[in-house]
Write a protein that binds this ligand. Structure first.
Ligand SMILES: Cc1cc2nc3c(=O)[nH]c(=O)nc-3n(C[C@H](O)[C@H](O)[C@H](O)COP(=O)(O)O)c2cc1C
Length: 349
């Protein structure tokens, strides 16, 4: 069994705490660097960035820290097949009118190419590269390993964790059902992989020889202590960092997090077409009442983006994705990333 010391050595960090990558503008260079400078591992979510934006973000992080950091990509998840966008366009039309933006358009080609993104991450010299929604091909993992990069995959089942290890990952994130935002599931239908963190982590620890990083519902010191007791070598926390001063979280999202209660959390395909956990709001309820109209990922994501952007700019929490894990009511508010790292680290100690 791998130990916490193995993970710290592998990642070159003092504290076995990983700030989760959060694509969509949350994980700013300021947040990633502040976490790494506090002795944990900062991670940038780059799934919605072009190669040039990835280079720019990595340069910004390097200006702010000399310590190791990670960059994360979505290695899969694109659903094949054409779906009729007309019902969703009809549903979105009145909402676009309300925010005074042009009528919704059928989504064009998805603007992000995984192979180009991966090439940018490798060219930029990122030391730790993490993946969710699947894994890159074996040859790409072998190239990263040969170049001295650390590779980490995400698993939501024991089988996915074994696949990550067999593919050459140095460590695995075990993502429990409590986790905020998208499910990382890639080998089975997502409904078959809603395993709670307390059940999943020890099973993954028993199944693989590489360090296991527990994720999902860990937002303060008690969750970290629990993860350690389950045999995890470290923790990965997303929600915990969403209301830090360095995060790129919008004002209405922060307000909703501050008001979150235990029963507010739902897994929904309404925003992106892929199951993801967030706080219930009007858009989620309206769209989940019409599951037939939801387009596959990432078409639904592209289609709802203009509305989400307009709603965020207007300060409206009812028409944006309010990503959060089930433990959001326990998170700290109006704090720095270093404050959060300090609290989580107290749980490990
Ligand atoms: C706003 C948000 C965005 C996320 N985006 C990503 C992502 O881009 N890549 C990824 O691997 N995980 C992503 N996650 C999931 C985290 O890696 C992690 O599994 C999750 O945050 C753990 O649960 P917690 O939110 O309860 O801490 C995201 C989580 C949140 C809250």
């Amino acid at each position: 069994m791998s130990t916490p010391a193995d993970l710290r050595t592998l990642l070159g960090i003092e504290l076995p705490i990983v700030q989760a990558p959060m694509a969509g503008g949350f994980t700013t260079a300021e947040l990633v660097a502040a976490v790494s400078n506090a002795g944990a591992l900062g991670s940038a979510g780059a799934a919605y960035l072009t190669p040039s934006a990835i280079h720019a973000l990595v340069a910004e992080i390097r200006l702010r820290t000399q310590r190791p950091f990670a960059v994360n990509l979505f290695a899969g998840g694109i659903e094949a097949g054409e779906a009729d966008p007309a019902p969703m366009l009809a549903l979105l039309g009145p909402l676009h009118d309300r925010f005074g933006i042009p009528p919704p358009q059928a989504p064009g080609a998805w603007p992000y190419d995984f192979e180009e993104q991966l090439a940018a991450v490798i060219d930029a010299g990122v030391p730790i590269v993490t993946f969710t929604f699947g894994l890159p091909g074996d040859a790409a993992i072998a190239r990263m390993r040969a170049a001295g990069r650390t590779v980490i995959g995400t698993a939501t089942t024991v089988g996915e964790a074994r696949r990550c290890e067999a593919a050459g990952c140095h460590a695995v994130v075990a993502q429990g059902a409590e986790a905020g935002a998208h499910r990382g599931t890639f080998l089975v239908p997502f409904e078959a992989a809603m395993i709670g963190t307390i059940a999943l982590v020890p099973q993954v620890v028993d199944a693989v020889g590489v360090p296991v990083i527990a994720a999902g519902g860990i937002v303060e010191r008690r969750g970290v202590a629990a993860a350690r007791a389950l045999g995890a070598s470290g923790v990965q926390c997303g929600t915990a960092f969403l209301d830090t001063v360095e995060a790129g979280t919008s004002a209405p999202h922060r307000r909703a997090l501050a008001a979150a209660r235990d029963r507010d959390s739902v897994v929904t395909r309404a925003f992106s077409g892929r199951p993801a956990r967030g706080l219930v709001n009007a858009f989620e309820q309206q769209v989940d009442a019409r599951p037939d109209a939801i387009l596959p990922y990432p078409q639904q994501n592209a289609l709802t983006r203009p509305l989400r952007n307009a709603a965020a700019a207007a300060g409206d929490p009812e028409n944006i994705s309010l990503w959060a894990g089930q433990a959001a009511p326990l998170m700290l508010h109006d704090v720095t990333a270093a404050d959060v790292v300090r609290d989580l680290a107290a749980g490990w100690a």
